[in-house]
Design a protein around this ligand. Structure first.
Ligand code: PXL
Length: 273
């Protein structure tokens, strides 16, 4: 069985980061090992979460992993909370990547804005960190911040997307996936580029009104599971778009606060097939 390690926070309430990555990757038949970087009572869209930073615990965990000789077929990084964590996780990648793939989701913002606590210095460091990846998966907001582009959010052409994707691979990762892509009002999806083969991919699903928190982490988790299982970049993006759309559909009827994320649990059986 393939084994990946996922490096991100655990937000106890709000269905994002580790609370979606572990069940999704496991459901896909891939062993998912967490390296938790912080423990939060909720994600940061809720006001004033209680936060326990785990940066100083990372070294002890990884030292023990080195002693045990554990190896990973992939490293998946998500939300990282500080410049110091970027630095430490950079070292972790150097030590543990072996011949596995490195998948970086540069979680920093959405809808044209950075999440609370992130700075322009962090954006610059994250852009550099992306150079350690084989695959990077920014949303449109994160891509614009890292490339120094103005965020528009809509009315992109296919050529605009190709240009953004080419510049994203210029950060150093051979493959880039761009999420939150909107070419027409009622379709939302992802575009990808493999700079080694020169191939582009575009995969769109039905767009529903509103913002669904945690869907970026769901998308990335499915991609990681798919890549670990040997799917191609294009296949992984297809799987991730269709699963994410299904999760949103399964949440539409709920009156619940969107900050609680989507009902991905009901869609998990799709992944076990
Ligand atoms: O879903 C991204 C994410 C992950 N982890 C934490 C967050 C967010 C987005 O707000 O706050 C702690």
């Amino acid at each position: 069985m393939k084994r990946i390690v996922t490096v991100q926070d655990i937000s106890c309430v709000g269905r994002c980061s580790l609370t979606v990555a572990l069940p999704i990757i496991s459901a896909m038949g891939v062993e998912a090992c967490p390296l938790p970087t912080a423990l939060l009572s909720t994600h940061t869209l809720f006001p004033e979460p209680a936060i326990c930073d785990l940066t100083d615990r990372i070294e002890g965990i990884t030292r023990h992993w080195k002693q045990t000789g554990v190896r990973f077929d992939g490293i998946y990084t998500g939300y990282l909370g500080s410049l110091r964590q970027l630095d430490i996780i950079s070292g972790f990648i150097d030590e543990f990547c072996g011949d596995g793939f490195v998948f970086i989701d540069p979680v920093m913002g959405d809808h044209g804005r950075l999440y609370s606590g992130f700075t322009t210095e962090y954006v610059e460091q994250m852009a550099r960190f992306c150079g350690k990846g084989d695959v990077i998966v920014p949303n449109m907001t994160e891509a614009c911040f890292m490339l120094g582009e103005k965020y528009i959010g809509h009315d992109y052409t296919k050529d605009d997307l190709k240009d953004i994707l080419r510049r994203l691979t210029g950060l150093g990762a051979a493959k880039a996936i761009l999420t939150g892509v909107k070419l027409e009002p009622d379709r939302l999806g992802a575009a990808a580029y493999d700079s080694e083969s020169g191939e582009y991919f575009l995969c769109m699903g039905d767009r529903v009104e509103g913002s669904y928190h945690g869907t970026g982490d769901i998308f990335s988790s499915v991609c990681v599971g798919a890549l670990a299982k040997g799917e191609s970049l294009g296949e992984a993006v297809e799987s991730a778009v269709s699963f994410t759309c299904e999760c949103i559909k399964l949440t539409l009827g709920d009156a619940a606060d969107r900050r609680f994320g989507v009902n991905f649990e009901k869609a998990l059986p799709i992944l076990t097939k």
